[in-house]
Design a protein around this ligand. Structure first.
Ligand SMILES: Cc1cc2nc3c(=O)[nH]c(=O)nc-3n(C[C@H](O)[C@H](O)[C@H](O)COP(=O)(O)O)c2cc1C
Length: 366
């Protein structure tokens, strides 16, 4: 009697641990968490309990296994087991054709439900017409998300954007400049909007771009600012007003070889001012960095949560620019107020696959 209760308890615990290991693993995968404490704990507990169970029951296990494959019969097999044997049954449940068919049908149903069921319920009303709140609600992990997880949202696009016809301008690769300490830069950082109009050097522009989104660990490669899943959805377009040795115009930064593609030459200062609602800091800024996002780079993996991650990535990039500019004694200011379609058109992106998410103006101080 005790023996049975003990077996039942151990089996229930094993099943419970198996389920929590599987679910916590799925959840960690869904959220893109590389190391989940819950998953590790339940997996270790499962292994320990299973090992213990095997140590306690190994004699029964082997004898039943042998009995099942018809090679031997041992007296410590339970009576009902021997009855099964006597009646010509192996002691292990046989899988009937109906069972096989039902398992196949359940697997197929699970596959198609997971593939086609919607991610979750659409929020029925937008509280206070706040679309952000509705999106936030929508993008919380839920069961359907877990079920659908193996089926990604489309293909993963390339990590880098190329302008095949252009001839990129190489940027200096000397990153040895040492300015303020991180603590000092954080302490001194302010959004500054009055610039002298004097040009930046190519070295300064190069270091700013490198510190924002440059490759700092070439073997993987990893970049200067963190990115959800190391998917790097952002692109940087410097609109150059005043950089020594560089013609005015819109450029595209290529982290892969730390160079610039020329998108279009020209003086875009007054257009920039109009497209930022009349913010005249852009007239005197040496460069305005237009940061765009190629959403699919993050979406194929993180689905509905991708938009959150893309904006968080942009925040990290923006802060790196703030701190590096401060460390170099330059003025810097983030710009979130801009006319999307016009800025998208200015840098030549469609606003859907790739769209502007943030602007950062940088200039020399008086
Ligand atoms: C996402 C974001 C958008 C912003 N947009 C603008 C903007 O359009 N125009 C502007 O003058 N400042 C903008 N700022 C700068 C804030 O006004 C500034 O950070 C805030 O006043 C705090 O001042 P501090 O940065 O000097 O500490 C923006 C900052 C952030 C983070």
């Amino acid at each position: 009697m005790w023996d049975r209760r003990f077996d039942l308890t151990i089996t229930s615990l094993l099943l419970l641990l198996l389920m929590t290991t599987a679910l916590s693993g799925l959840l960690a995968d869904y959220l893109g968490v590389p190391r989940s404490l819950y998953h590790r704990l339940s997996a270790y507990s499962l292994v320990i309990l299973a090992s213990w169970h095997i140590v306690l029951r190994h004699r029964q296990f082997w004898s039943r296994l042998k009995a099942a494959i018809g090679k031997s019969h041992k007296p410590w097999i339970r009576p009902e087991q021997t009855e099964h044997k006597a009646s010509g049954q192996s002691g292990l449940p046989a899988l009937s054709r109906r069972g096989l068919f039902l398992s196949g049908a359940a697997a197929a149903a699970g596959f198609f439900l997971g593939r086609w069921l919607p991610m979750g319920e659409q929020p029925s009303e937008l509280e206070g017409s706040d679309l952000g709140l509705a999106y936030h609600e929508w993008s919380k992990p839920n069961l359907w998300g877990l079920v659908r997880k193996p089926f990604h949202w489309g293909e993963q696009p390339p990590l880098y954007k190329d302008y095949p016809s252009g001839r990129p301008t190489a940027l200096p690769k000397d990153f040895r400049y040492r300015g303020l300490s991180v603590e000092e830069a954080i302490q001194r950082r302010r959004s500054l909007r009055d610039y002298s109009g004097r040009p930046l050097t190519m070295e300064q522009l190069s270091l700013l771009l490198h510190s924002g989104y440059g490759i700092t660990e070439p073997s993987y490669p990893l970049r200067a600012s963190p990115s959800a899943g190391a998917l790097y959805p952002l692109e940087t377009y410097p609109v150059v007003n005043s950089v020594a040795g560089l013609a005015r115009g819109v450029y595209h930064y290529r982290p892969k070889d730390h160079s610039l593609d020329l998108v279009k030459e020209g003086d875009f200062r007054s257009l920039l001012m109009t497209f930022t609602g009349g913010q005249d800091m852009v007239l005197q800024a040496s460069v305005v960095l237009v940061i765009t996002a190629i959403f699919q780079r993050t979406r194929w993996k993180y689905e509905d949560r991708a938009y959150r991650y893309v904006l968080l990535d942009a925040g990290h990039l923006g802060e790196n620019l703030y701190l590096e500019a401060t460390s170099m004694g330059l003025g810097v200011c983030g710009i979130g107020a801009f006319l999307d379609e016009q800025i998208n058109h200015l840098v030549g992106v469609d606003g859907k696959e790739e769209a502007t998410v943030y602007l950062v103006s940088i200039g020399t101080l008086a």
